[in-house]
Design a protein around this ligand. Structure first.
Ligand code: ZN
Length: 133
C-alpha cells in the first residue's frame, strides 16, 4: 500500500466557528483553508501540524456522514487519513488483503485529493482514509 505518513486526522465538530479558535490557540497557527465538500455534506477547516494536518469537519446536513456521526457519537475523532502513492491501487491491495472497503474506487475529497475509505469493521473500529494527490 506504500503508506508514507499520516496525511491528516479528521475531527467531527458541532461548529467550525467555535472549534477553530481553540485549534489556533493550541497549535499556534492559523487555519489555512476552509472548504465545503458538497459530496460529503461537510465543511472542512485545515491546520498544519508538521507534515500532518488536522481536518475539522462540520456537518452541512444531519443526514450526511458527519451529521449522522455527531448524532450517534457526538464530537470527536472521526477518521485517520494515510497518504498513499495511488488511492485506486491501494484500495485494490486492501481488498485483496481481506479488508472491507467503504469505497471501491477513489473519489474527490477536500484539497483536491483522491480519497477512499476502509470500513471500521475491518480496521479495529477506526474509520481509515487513504488519500493521494
Ligand atoms: Zn479526511
Amino acid at each position: 500500500m506504500n503508506i508514507s505518513k499520516i496525511e491528516h486526522i479528521g475531527i467531527a465538530v458541532e461548529s467550525l466557528e467555535k472549534a477553530i479558535p481553540y485549534y489556533e490557540t493550541l497549535l499556534g497557527s492559523k487555519c489555512y483553508a476552509i472548504e465545503e465538500v458538497i459530496d460529503q455534506k461537510v465543511k472542512t477547516a485545515f491546520f498544519k501540524v508538521g507534515e500532518t494536518k488536522i481536518e475539522l469537519l462540520e456537518s452541512m446536513d444531519p443526514e450526511g456522514p458527519i451529521g449522522k456521526f455527531l448524532e450517534k457519537k457526538g464530537p470527536g475523532v472521526h477518521h485517520i487519513a494515510f497518504a498513499v502513492d495511488q488511492v485506486n491501487s491501494a484500495l485494490v491491495e486492501a481488498e485483496l488483503a481481506g479488508i472491507q472497503l467503504v469505497d471501491k474506487k477513489g473519489r474527490k475529497g477536500a484539497e483536491g485529493l483522491n480519497i477512499g475509505f476502509l470500513h471500521p469493521k475491518s480496521t479495529f473500529g477506526v474509520l481509515t482514509e487513504l488519500c493521494s494527490k
